[in-house]
Design a protein around this ligand. Structure first.
Ligand SMILES: [Zn+2]
Length: 594
């Protein structure tokens, strides 16, 4: 660069620096006079909530007298069907929800890509029968991402009794062309309690109590991981031995619900957790069978009676690198000062494959859609923007909600320790520090529904104490609908956790359990008939009121501080010099196992 030009540049830079200083001074004077640069959730909250009871009445009337929720239910569950992440059906559901949200009057309905998921798959047909020593038709379905048999196959059944790799050795050279029955027979107890249950006062009282557990946390999932690792190895072993297919027994549900024709087809039954990724894919066709049918074959084999099984698993892979998408839509805010702030509502759109995902989580999806329909039908002009998010990839690790939160609000870096890298993300330890984006300050709260078809009985505060008195006031006019319970408890296992993880108030409602844990959660019986229209209409009304109140109040909802997982180790370390008379530990004593 010639020197004269350089001098010119220096002058320009000095001048603009000077201007910047003047501008900054001016700005700081301005902010001093007009004060609130703090987000409103940090200001003191009013003691009394300003409730619009006319709007309560209008939402109740629209949602209870003019409900359309079961039309959405039939469209999604009957019209589209199961919605496994990565499947063509889920893509249809993303597009259908987007178009329905547009049709009801929402703005900006669109799909957002949260990243690559893995294999696209669908089941076309599955049948399994016994052809010797007797004939029998069995209840069974392909596990998600099972390869096809490519036509009917027939083979002798072998029960493989193996708890670890060593146990597998004795089957070497004995499995070629065989149908492997993998897993011990479990107890099938009489179903002597109702599969369908509502929370009574004593149940709700229990939920209200906060469980205190001081001390070491149980590494409950270690066993879960060890089991999945072994299953992946066993799956590879059966394939290397050229077995024809694998049959696994269905697990149980609450109170013996996993019987009587109900089978569960979730990830725990597969030969590993990541079977939706090509490098971990199931190598053999695999079906899950009703426990009583599995039991018959099991007892025959134990008594050394040869059993012949015939089966046809007709499945189709529809891609190896399918992306996942969330459906997003809005009712724009109208208050000039608050319209850039947001309240969100949602549930997950994806399901497992053997039913139609009616209660998990068709229910949460159609309730969120009905919330938006009610608010559109009433032509509300919310102060803040109301946004719905229908997530996918929830069943494999809440991918859609975490992906959305990461793109818009922030994320928690996860531990990269070698043992942690092998775990599914939702089991990995948060490492922190939490990375927060500017929009994190603009979202007041997120409301989620994903505990089945049961009506709303209250809300989990997720340990956000400051919000208790607010929700209590909101709920008082809803007591006649059965909404009475507030608990400081955390609840997990669904998409509000993504928001909570970066310090955004995220909530899941307390719902009546019904037959969710016993029969419908991840089962072939998760069908339209298990949806309770009255419960769903109630849930839509309650959720709409929570969303509306959040959009209208002067301040954003109070929040917990952003978590600091990076400080956990230090905060949990034992205090020093507490024990009187204790001598400093010698080097020898510091060794592990001393
Ligand atoms: Zn769910």
């Amino acid at each position: 660069m010639p020197s004269r030009q350089r001098l010119f540049l220096v002058i320009v830079v000095l001048l603009s620096l000077n201007l910047a200083v003047v501008a900054a001074e001016k700005k700081s004077k301005e902010t001093k006079t007009s004060e609130p640069s703090k987000p409103s959730y940090e200001l003191p909250q009013p003691a009394v909530e300003n409730l619009d009871l006319t709007m309560y009445q209008r939402i109740r009337e629209e949602g209870l007298q003019h409900s359309h929720i079961m039309e959405y239910a039939s469209g999604l569950m009957d019209g589209i069907g199961p919605r496994l992440t990565g499947s063509p059906n889920l893509q249809k559901a993303n597009e259908w929800t987007r178009d329905q949200l547009t049709a009801m009057g929402c703005s900006n309905a669109h799909l957002e890509d949260w990243g690559e998921f893995g294999i696209g798959w669908r089941q076309l047909n599955t049948w399994v029968r016994m052809s010797a020593p007797d004939t029998a038709v069995f209840i069974a379905q392909a596990l998600p991402w099972s390869p096809a048999t490519h036509g009917a196959v027939s083979g002798n059944a072998v029960w493989v009794d193996a708890k670890d790799e060593k146990d597998l050795e004795k089957y070497k050279g004995k499995l070629e062309g065989k149908i492997v029955f993998f897993g011990p027979m479990r107890d099938v107890k009489p179903v002597d309690k109702p599969l369908f249950k509502r929370d009574d006062d004593s149940d709700l009282k229990k939920i209200e109590e906060f469980p205190v557990r001081v001390g070491e946390r149980q590494e409950f999932f270690q066993e879960f991981i060890r089991r999945l690792e072994f299953r992946e190895k066993a799956g590879k072993f059966f394939a290397a031995e050229h077995a024809a297919a694998i049959v696994v027994p269905s697990r149980d549900g609450r109170d013996g619900g996993g019987s009587g024709g109900t089978i569960f087809d979730d990830g725990g039954s597969g030969m590993g957790w990541f079977t939706y990724q090509r490098q971990h894919a199931e190598e053999l066709p695999i079906v899950v069978m009703a426990i009583e049918h599995y039991g018959r074959v099991y007892r025959l084999l134990k008594a050394n009676v040869p059993v012949t099984i015939e089966m046809d698993v007709e499945t189709e892979f529809t891609g190896d690198h399918q992306h996942g998408f969330d459906t997003i839509a809005e009712i724009p805010g109208t208050d000039p000062k608050l319209k850039d702030e947001v309240v969100m509502v949602g549930g997950h759109l994806d399901s497992w494959a053997s039913g139609t995902g009616a209660t998990d989580n068709g229910a949460g999806t159609i309730v969120a859609m009905e919330v938006m329909r009610i608010l559109n039908a009433l032509h509300v002009q919310p102060r803040r923007t109301i946004r719905v998010g229908l997530w996918t990839g929830e069943e494999q690790g809440e991918f859609g909600s975490y992906g959305y939160v990461k793109q818009h609000f922030g994320y928690v870096p996860l531990s990269t320790a070698p043992d942690q890298l092998e775990l599914p993300d939702f089991l990995r330890k948060p490492a922190g520090p939490v990375v927060v984006k500017p929009d994190q300050e603009k979202i007041s709260g997120y409301f989620n529904l994903d505990n089945g078809s049961g009506k709303i009985r209250g809300i989990y505060l997720q340990e956000n104490a400051a919000i208790g008195p607010i929700f209590e006031q909101w709920m008082r006019p809803l007591a006649d609908l059965g909404v009475t319970t507030i608990t400081m408890r955390n609840t997990g296992g669904t998409d509000h956790e993504a928001f909570d993880s970066v310090g955004i108030p995220g909530f899941q409602f307390i719902q009546d359990p019904l037959d969710y844990g016993s029969r419908t959660h991840h089962s072939n019986m998760d069908l339209y008939e298990r949806l309770q229209p009255d419960d769903l209409a109630q849930a839509a009304v309650v959720e709409a009121i929570f969303v509306y109140n959040t959009a209208q109040r002067d301040q954003m909802l109070p929040r917990k501080p952003v978590p600091h997982p990076e400080l956990d180790e230090q905060r949990n370390a034992p205090l020093k010099n507490v024990m009187p008379g204790a001598q400093a530990a010698s080097e020898e004593m510091k060794k592990p196992g001393f």
